[in-house]
Design a protein around this ligand. Sequence first.
Ligand SMILES: NC(=O)c1ccc[n+]([C@@H]2O[C@H](COP(=O)([O-])OP(=O)(O)OC[C@H]3O[C@@H](n4cnc5c(N)ncnc54)[C@H](OP(=O)(O)O)[C@@H]3O)[C@@H](O)[C@H]2O)c1
Length: 239
Amino acid sequence: MSIRDWEGIALVIGIGGIGTMIADHLSKNAPKLDVYVCGRNITNQKGIFLDLEDDNSFVSFENQISLFDQPIRLVINTSGFLHSDTIKPEKRLSHINRSNIIKNFSVNSIAPILIAKSIEKFIRPELPFSYASLSARVGSIGDNRLGGWYSYRASKAAQNQFLKTLSLEWKRKFPNSIVSLLHPGTCDTQLSKPFQSAVPKDKLFTPKQSAEYLISIISSQRPSDSGKFIAWDSSVIPW
Ligand SMILES: NC(=O)c1ccc[n+]([C@@H]2O[C@H](COP(=O)([O-])OP(=O)(O)OC[C@H]3O[C@@H](n4cnc5c(N)ncnc54)[C@H](OP(=O)(O)O)[C@@H]3O)[C@@H](O)[C@H]2O)c1
């Protein structure tokens, strides 16, 4: 059954470049889904406050989603961290420091598995359910040919292991569930802005393009696809 026919609640977590476009695309193209965005900068009524680095915020998030009278059918985690004013991706070993590593792991690895823990009690085993979380090709250990970006790479690799493990547990508990790790391609957002100069124009997607690719993948998946690491063009990425 296509996502167009899914009925219930969709949660888009992370309200950045790609997350906003995914929520927009779902609202326009999945008429039976009630779409909520979840993050720190809520600007409309269909929003739930969630700071992914704050355990109390997870508690209030769970309280809010427990009030839905429809089942949760789709959760897409689009949050992520690569750089801030004070933290930059490491070019070499000498740039490594504890706070950079912790920040990357906090958002990119720990948050995605805590999201799964929060939503698990609301999954209805008899219904198809999908949890997709955005990873990054640079998180692939097998595909790491350039080095650098230690913390971001390692945090995405850790996310991949968390969610692969989750997919195996949920396969037993929720046979209709699909857990997937998706690489959106290089996309023109605040996250990639400082690193776009080496990217050919035709390889830099708009957030709308990435959102469409990712939803097309999610809507074509079956439970037998659970636990895969997949790129925007549907190709499987090595772990
Ligand atoms: N853009 C690319 O080229 C690219 C390539 C590969 C993978 N990805 C992955 O794709 C995903 C989406 O990235 P994007 O390009 O859309 O980046 P983005 O525009 O920077 O969006 C990231 C979002 O994560 C949210 N976030 C970070 N920490 C949070 C926290 N503690 N609590 C709640 N929300 C938090 C940010 O919210 P705030 O505004 O509140 O900080 C922001 O809305 C990320 O996982 C990224 O790693 C992106």
